[in-house]
Design a protein around this ligand. Structure first.
Ligand code: NAI
Ligand code: MG
Length: 454
């Protein structure tokens, strides 16, 4: 077990910072602090907790440029995208600042008295997040968890702990008491696993791989811990021949190459109606070839490197005889974990490139003959997170949207996530929903109280 995390800059492969690795003891200490901070935090008047979250949003906004630069360098993403992400972090805290005063229950007619429900915080909540959108995915969990009156222990990914560690300081600067938010930067199988098995942690909210999601659900069963899981995806971008093909071809690269494809919502399978395949591919090719790859401070970069050498090698392994390159863009040479935007076609439907989550800038193109076949192929995966439908036939768009087994869909668009709408997966993409007005429910218990009147 190493006691230092060597945090790299993916664009250069150089060490960015050495961070002491939190082990089991550090996690236990963090949980104890969170437990000690719980009574005061949950006991705040709702309006006071709301003000604290607004102050936190303001504090993050004040440090937006600093956090964006840290995220861009550590996660290997263009600075413009990183600014957008930290801006979205601010939005999340502002949005959930509205929740403490809206944690409402029901009054229910019963015989002989009055029944009503109240929502209470769960207690100490463990948050385990990945390296693709480090602080933003943490905020999706922190916002509703804190709003509902829980205290938290956040475990960032070992590859990208820097913004979380800085955020922990900003929480205190925002006037929130020590112990309400605790960050433990440690290895998944050590610090993450301890958080999941800890008897004083009431819930774990996880985003990451399906493999680890399964382990977490199994381990959490021992203490009947609440769990929400946002896992992998293999989403379909379904393009009918009657669609605005120019627009579909312009947006398709963004739908999968954004964040270098390291996005659980990536539309990594493009399904195209047979009669439009040739035209679509010829429209797509220049957009792919001109999808600029560059470092965090390159103002023209549309995507950066992959997160690690391991991830780059894994992504490269999907290209092969069963999934050959049709065309691809270019990527910088030299150090750094670069991989060019790549389109694979024609593909064997059973190839790993078609079946597995690639999590890189690689997309497969699969033809279909009609609406039924499009739906069958779109649903032929263990995953069900996201997807897009491109057509000018409104009735068909809605029929296909109803038939697709996926948690989030967009029609004539590649957008997936917004703070005010629920986000999460069907099937093995996980369970539970984040964001939207009801996300706080997942961080509360309902208590039913009956008051006899006779
Ligand atoms: P991972 O699932 O191992 O890492 C995600 C988080 O889980 C990290 O904080 C990690 O430290 C933690 N973790 C790892 N093992 C754990 C354990 N036994 N107990 C508790 N926490 C644990 O993801 P990894 O290995 O970095 O990436 C592998 C693949 O997973 C990617 O290629 C991609 O396909 C998928 N992935 C999907 C993500 C998504 O947003 N849905 C995010 C990251 C990865
Ligand atoms: Mg892993």
């Amino acid at each position: 077990m190493s006691d230092v995390l060597e945090v790299l800059e993916p664009a250069t492969a150089a060490v960015l910072e050495l961070v002491p690795a939190a082990g089991v003891e550090a996690v236990d200490e963090a949980v104890a602090k969170a437990r000690a901070a719980l009574p005061a935090w949950r006991g705040l008047a709702p309006g006071v907790r709301a003000s604290a979250l607004r102050a936190l949003a303001d504090k993050v906004e004040e440090h937006l440029e600093e956090l964006a630069l840290l995220e861009a360098r550590n996660a290997g993403k263009p600075i413009g995208g990183a600014r957008g992400e930290i801006g979205a972090v601010v939005d999340v805290f502002r949005y959930y600042a509205g929740s403490p005063e809206r944690l409402m229950g029901d009054t229910i007619p019963v015989a002989g008295g009055q029944a009503f429900t109240i929502r209470e915080p769960l207690g100490v909540v463990g948050l385990i997040v990945p390296w693709n959108f480090p602080l933003l995915i943490a905020a999706w969990k922190l916002g509703p968890a804190l709003a509902a009156g829980n205290t938290v222990v956040l475990k960032p990914a070992e590859l990208t702990p820097l913004t979380a560690l800085r955020f922990e300081q900003l929480v205190l600067e925002a006037g929130i008491a020590p112990g309400v938010v605790n960050v433990v930067a440690g290895l998944g199988p050590v610090a993450g696993a301890r958080l999941v098995e800890h008897p004083d942690v009431a819930k774990v909210a996880f985003t990451g791989s399906t493999v680890v999601g399964r382990q977490i659900a199994a381990s959490a069963a021992a203490t009947i811990k609440r769990v929400t899981l946002e896992l992998g995806g293999k989403s379909a971008n379904v393009i009918f021949a009657d669609a605005d093909l120019e627009k579909a071809a312009e947006m398709a690269p963004w739908a999968v190459f954004d964040n270098a494809g390291q996005d659980c919502c990536a539309r990594s399978r493009i399904l195209v109606e047979y009669s439009a395949v040739d035209k679509f591919l010829s429209l797509l090719q220049p957009h792919v070839e001109n999808f600029k790859v560059g470092g965090p401070l390159d103002p023209e970069a549309m995507m950066g490197p992959l997160i690690s050498a391991k991830q780059r090698d894994r992504v490269a392994s999907f290209v092969g005889a069963d999934a050959p390159v049709a065309f691809q863009g270019t990527a910088p040479d030299g150090p750094g974990f670069w991989f060019p935007p790549t389109v694979l076609s024609p593909v064997d439907p059973n190839s790993p490139a078609v079946r597995e989550e690639i999590f890189g800038p690689v997309v497969t193109v699969i033809p279909f003959k009609d609406e039924d076949e499009a739906v069958r192929i779109a649903n032929d995966t263990i995953y069900g997170l996201s997807g897009s439908i491109w057509t000018r036939d409104g009735g068909r768009a809605l029929r296909v949207a109803h038939a697709m087994e996926t948690g989030v869909l967009s029609i004539n668009s590649n957008s997936s996530v917004r703070v005010s709408t629920p986000f999460g997966g069907f099937k093995q993409s996980g369970y539970g929903r984040e964001l939207g007005p009801h996300a706080t429910d997942a961080y509360t218990e309902i208590k039913t109280i009956y008051y006899a009147t006779t």
